[in-house]
Design a protein around this ligand. Structure first.
Ligand code: HEM
Length: 466
């Protein structure tokens, strides 16, 4: 992109905006925008996100309007919660917004060199990595991932049926961590899988550390150590994986023909770790929320069971998952009702006018994906769980631009959206074909962001054979 379109002060600090060398962290003056910031606001707001999830974000938007100034912990943002404006920022038609710089404010410094994550690259370099990722998300690859996941789903369901009562949130998180180890990393050994999962958790937690100084923050220290460990672990395996015919995502990435100079083997491993971090715990967060909703709506559980039994074979095959239309509606409605991704950061590359407000170059904007998901101007009875709103007849998700973006939009839209839906539907097919369930101790749930969005509580279930 033309460097004249970028504020010179930003260019001076970050170098190339396509592959920035560091974050741009010089505060901008946004006092003309309604809202509050400051440490006390930041701490109260953090509590609001964690305890009240999307309801907190809706309250903020009602109080301050569609564009407002805010702070979460120590990070200051201008939040954009109007669906149309949010879509405009994400589609980034005039290249005024940097995804890379937005995310670097959160994760920059986790490694001493560049991060080379799809979200910390933009424009040309970002296109290079999306191209490199493509083969690992094609139908043949997705099929092999689903085939590797289904036996793990089957043995988990068999174990739950034996147990009778299951702390679902914890169990399903562990199950999907085992699935990720196998499908993404090619690791079958549960002990090694658990070790890598702990390292991924520590790396991930770094994004939330209140300080990015090792001497001040044990969380940040652990995150940097975990990242180094993961990098060395996978870097040491590149040649072996390249020579293998292993179907996991990492081995596929190692085997991909790559003619881009800057994407050497070190960059490849950094990119792989970034994909893992983007995938981390997302699908299991959605599946947990769907369990609560299905327990609260037994009529939908029954409809999905009928579909699971009649539409496909046992165990489910990849090409049959697309026939699970009702499963698809419920998955979509779950991600609307209890969204997983809260808000995603962008940084203004130059002065911008958005929704009538002047946004100075360098301002970090939080594009709120979840406020629009309960907006009455976009959805009929938005607080009702109603999967049929996504059916062909009503197609509510397509009616308002920007109202339904659980996987983001534009060049950085989620690369794993299809895989996560396939895994979720294969999981529910496996469980519902064999079992019915209810909450062991019913409770009124909230939505919470910790930091991923999910239903509150442990979602303890009584699972019985049908
Ligand atoms: C319910 C599950 C998931 C949700 C809600 C979700 C949500 C999102 C969102 C909102 C973004 C956009 C970030 C931005 O624009 O700044 C994103 C990007 C991304 N997601 Fe997901 N995701 C999910 C599952 C996955 C999985 C399973 C994978 C990998 C296998 C994955 C890999 C990625 C990657 C690599 C990006 C960055 C894309 C880019 O910058 O070009 N996600 N995801």
């Amino acid at each position: 992109m033309s460097s004249t379109a970028v504020d010179p002060a930003i260019l001076h600090v970050v170098g190339d905006v396509g592959r920035p060398e560091r974050a741009y962290e010089i505060p901008t003056d946004t006092r003309h925008i309604p809202g509050n910031d400051g440490l006390l606001t930041g701490l109260a707001s953090l509590r609001g996100w964690m305890k009240r999830g999307h309801a907190h974000l809706q309250t903020q938007a009602k109080e301050h309007g569609p564009i407002y100034r805010g702070q979460v912990g120590t990070d200051r943002f201008v939040f954009v919660s109007d669906p149309k404006l949010a879509g405009e920022v994400l589609r980034n038609g005039d290249k005024a917004w940097s995804t890379a710089l937005g995310w670097l404010v959160q994760f920059g410094g986790i490694t001493d060199g560049p991060m080379d994550s799809p979200v910390t690259l933009d424009f040309g370099p970002h296109r290079d990595v999306r191209k490199l990722l493509q083969p690992a998300f094609k139908a043949e690859a997705l099929e092999s991932y689903v085939n590797a996941a289904v036996p793990l789903f089957e043995s988990a369901v068999a174990q739950w049926l034996e147990q009778g009562e299951v702390a679902f949130k914890a169990h399903v998180r562990d199950l999907f961590a085992r699935v990720s180890a196998k499908v993404f990393m090619g690791v079958d050994d549960p002990v090694e899988g658990a070790r890598l999962d702990r390292a991924m958790s520590d790396y991930w937690a770094g994004g939330l550390a209140l300080s990015k100084r090792e001497w001040l923050s044990p969380t940040w220290r652990r995150a940097r150590r975990a990242y180094r460990h993961l990098f060395e672990h996978f870097r040491g395996q590149v040649d072996e994986r390249r020579a293998s015919d292993s179907p996991d995502l990492f081995s596929r990435l190692c085997r991909t023909n790559n003619s881009v100079d800057w994407l050497d083997d070190d960059a490849l491993v950094r990119m792989f770790l970034a994909v893992m971090s983007a995938a981390f715990d997302t699908t299991s967060a959605g599946v947990t929320s769907m369990a609560y909703l299905l327990a609260a709506h037994p009529e939908w559980q029954a409809r999905l069971r009928t579909e699971a039994r009649h539409v496909t074979t046992e165990p489910i095959r990849y090409d049959e998952i697309k026939k699970l239309e009702l499963h698809d509606l419920v998955w979509k409605e779950t991600l609307r009702y209890y969204p997983v991704a809260p808000s995603i950061p962008r940084q203004a590359l130059r002065d911008v006018t958005l929704g009538g407000y002047h946004i100075p170059a360098g301002t970090v904007v939080g594009v709120v994906l979840s406020a629009a998901l309960r907006d009455p101007s976009c959805w009929t009875e938005p607080d009702r769980f109603d999967p049929e709103r996504f059916g062909a007849e009503r197609s509510e998700g397509k009616k308002s631009h920007g109202a339904y973006m659980p996987f983001g939009a534009g060049a950085h839209a989620c690369v794993g959206a299809q895989l996560s839906a396939l895994e979720a539907k294969a999981f529910w097919h496996t469980l519902l074909g064999k079992a019915r369930f209810k909450l062991a101790r019913p409770y009124p749930a909230r939505h919470e962001f910790k930091p991923l969005g999910s239903v509150s509580g442990k979602v303890e279930l009584i699972v019985e054979a049908v």
